[in-house]
Design a protein around this ligand. Structure first.
Ligand code: SF4
Length: 330
């Protein structure tokens, strides 16, 4: 094999599933084992095409609107969270709800509610239209004003400039959000908020790992679906560093031309992308070139979130016992 044909794959660490995604997927799996299909899921449980397709095969039914769910059906809310209006509608329809909202998103909801209850106008730094933003908007009494950029901050109108608070979406770019927070504080010097702390540990760690590698690779490949916010932010880090960066759902989307003149390729995966996709990507690259693999980043993640109580005892192979246990605890 000539040197010209070798390709070094630089793997970002950490990458892939975060604790909120692991919990959300496990909630759907356990609900299916406990209650049997169908289990309805409001919105994609996490923004990944492969995860959704696998759960669909197991009997999950994904809907955008709770109106589409039969009365009384077992229903899971996605990791992105939902508005109060969706919760109310689910109650009206007597849906049997298991909430897979990531605890770090719920924390932002509580924070926004506290600010609103204290009389602050709440700015939500985030991407208009994203499921998490819609959920947070609808959890804050009186609503929020969504600001996605420094320009938005300049244009936003508030009732009292001395009583402004802000919260942020959990999956934003750390660097971009710092600029927006600075703009909020410049325009509203008394504004209060969490600085960058609402951006979750997983988002921050994945961005840090990619930042460490982009100066040392010719190309960045990010495994993740188009609607995955944190995956898009990882791609942006590559593009801002001046290298080509592509967001791909899986190895089948690689264009061989991307590798022309490339000797080092960075690979990472968004927080909702399964690790087996990373291995398949390396296999595909190995079919094309002689591959060696290096890893960059040394943060070890130990975060775990508890399952909802009703599902905690639900070992997947013990359905009858679980059903009895659940009757007593639900
Ligand atoms: Fe929770 Fe962060 Fe994962 Fe979103 S990306 S599910 S906020 S841990």
């Amino acid at each position: 094999m000539s040197l010209r044909n070798t390709l070094t794959v630089v793997l970002a660490s950490p990458r892939g599933f975060c604790a909120g995604v692991v919990r959300a997927i496990e909630i759907v799996e356990r609900a299916l084992a406990l209650y049997g299909p169908p289990v309805y899921v409001r919105h994609e449980i996490v923004h990944n095409r492969h995860v959704v397709a696998r759960l669909q095969k197991l009997g999950a039914v994904f809907v955008e609107d709770v109106d589409a769910i039969p009365h009384g059906a077992v229903t899971v809310f996605s990791a992105h969270g939902v508005s109060q209006a969706v919760e109310d509608e689910a109650r009206r329809r007597h849906l049997d709800v298991i909430d897979a909202t990531c605890p770090l998103v719920s924390k932002v909801h509580r924070q926004g509610r506290r600010y609103a209850e204290r009389g602050y106008s709440v700015l939500l730094i985030g991407h208009e239209g994203h499921a998490e933003v819609e959920g947070t908007r609808g959890q804050v009494p009186g609503g929020v004003r969504v600001v996605g950029s420094v320009e938005d901050v300049g244009a936003v109108e508030v009732a009292d400039a001395a009583r402004v608070a802000y919260v942020t979406q959990t999956t934003l770019s750390v660097d971009d959000t710092r600029e927006v927070v600075d703009a909020v504080k410049a325009r509203f010097p008394e504004a209060i908020g969490p600085e960058l702390d609402d951006i979750c540990y997983a988002t921050q760690n994945r961005q840090t790992a990619v930042s460490l590698m982009v100066g040392d690779v010719d190309l960045l490949l990010v495994l993740g679906s188009r609607n995955s916010s944190n995956s898009n932010r990882l791609c942006e880090i590559g593009r801002k560093a001046g290298i080509p960066a592509y967001l791909i759902d899986d190895a089948s989307e690689i264009d061989a031309g991307w590798l022309d003149g490339v000797s080092r390729v960075g690979v990472t995966a968004g927080a909702s992308a399964p690790e087996d996709l990373v291995q398949s990507l390396i296999d595909r690259l190995s079919d094309m070139r002689a591959v060696t693999v290096e890893t960059v980043g040394d943060v070890r993640e130990t975060v775990e979130f508890r399952l909802p109580q009703v599902l905690q005892a639900a070992a997947l192979d013990r359905r009858p016992a679980i059903a009895a246990a659940a009757q007593g605890s639900r």
